[in-house]
Design a protein around this ligand. Sequence first.
Ligand SMILES: [Zn+2]
Length: 470
Amino acid sequence: MSGSPRTGPPTPAVRQDRRVTDPRAAVEAALARLLPGLDDLLASLVAIPSVGGTPAESHIQHVLAARLDDLGLEVDRWPLDLAGLAAEPGFPGSEVARTEAWGVVARLPGSGGGRSLLLNAHTDVVPVGDPRAWTSPPFAPTFRGTGDERRLVGRGACDMKGGLAAACLAVAAVSAAARSGARLAGDVLLAPVVGEEDGGLGTYGVLRRGWRADGCVIPEPTALDLVAANAGALTFRLTLRGRSTHASRRTEGVSVLDHLPTVLQALRALEERRNTSVDPLLAGWPLAYPLSIGRVSAGDWASSVPDLLVAEGRYGVALGEPVDEARAAFEAAVAAACAGDPWLAAHPGCYPPIVVNITDGEPNPGSDPAGEARQIMGLSSGDGNVLLYNIHISSLNANPVMFPDAATGLPDKYARFLFDISSVLPDKTQAIARQQGFPVTESSRGFAFNADMVQLISFLDIGTRPVNMR
Ligand SMILES: [Zn+2]
């Protein structure tokens, strides 16, 4: 029996044949006939480079829809409403960009009165990694070995086109048995889905389409272990801030790397706490709810002290645990770690960028430099607004002007305009400029007109020393 309108009492599409008395034997007989075709089916699926987010991810859905249609199944194929689904609160997230994605559900209708079974298998694969590490091209499937050692080598052969091919074969066998008269009471559904590797878009789309079943088998590679329960997962992104400076003045900056261990320790402790008692269904795992950072990037220059670190990872959600609670526990752990680290506690925000615009002064026709400047200077962080400095290399043969505090005295309208869109120097920057002999006032702006090389270098040095910025 099915609770779904889509798997409700179907039309009796399966004719009863009195010759078939043992449906199991009928399915096994059909399987024996179909099994020799499994190699070709699997190889043809592996040969489709259905990496998440690529056109091949859609192509494989169409290939399967056609194949399942050929088997005589009722096939529902529809384009997923990517924007609509992504806007829903329950959307599981996605990590690759897509312009389209397809849902496919094939239904072998039962004659009624039985429970429905859904086979769900993802068709997307992850990228191939370093191609040189492959002993044969990842999308040119190759059979190796014999007997029990026989393997097909190719991206996705294991995860999970092997399972997908097996599911197709199973449905074909049940369909053949039904055609030969075996009575199938409940519906059998097969849903090849996209986007499993980056969140679960495909299965989410199937559910939102209204498909339901009483039971579901997902033939993921588990070395034939029966996995009856599965933890949830959230992906996260952490951003830590330091203070950048040139490595030759390391002590004037703050390397964000020095503050990562504090957060790592807190996350390890959180993981330990969350695994002290776990549901018996997951007790067989060494770690039921792992928390792991999979990607860290920091800094952008070998000779700079890094001021920005972004770490992304995966965080296990316990069986039955509301996602909001899991998220709150994570955020609380990170917040507590930051509160215990004086630098992180004092710098929840970050220095906004300093933008230095070097220009000949004459805007391109049709451009709106004033508007753009306003937009840039409107960006801010907890430490204030973006600073915009302008260096005007003019064709006029006029004297250099450094850090002016008024537009009067500037030689042309371009220079006056650039003065207008230059930020006033912060106090500490003014002090450094004064130390270097520039007669700055409280109204001096980050603007240089026709500076010579030495003045330019001073300008950049004074203007971009983070330790003196605010
Ligand atoms: Zn998989």
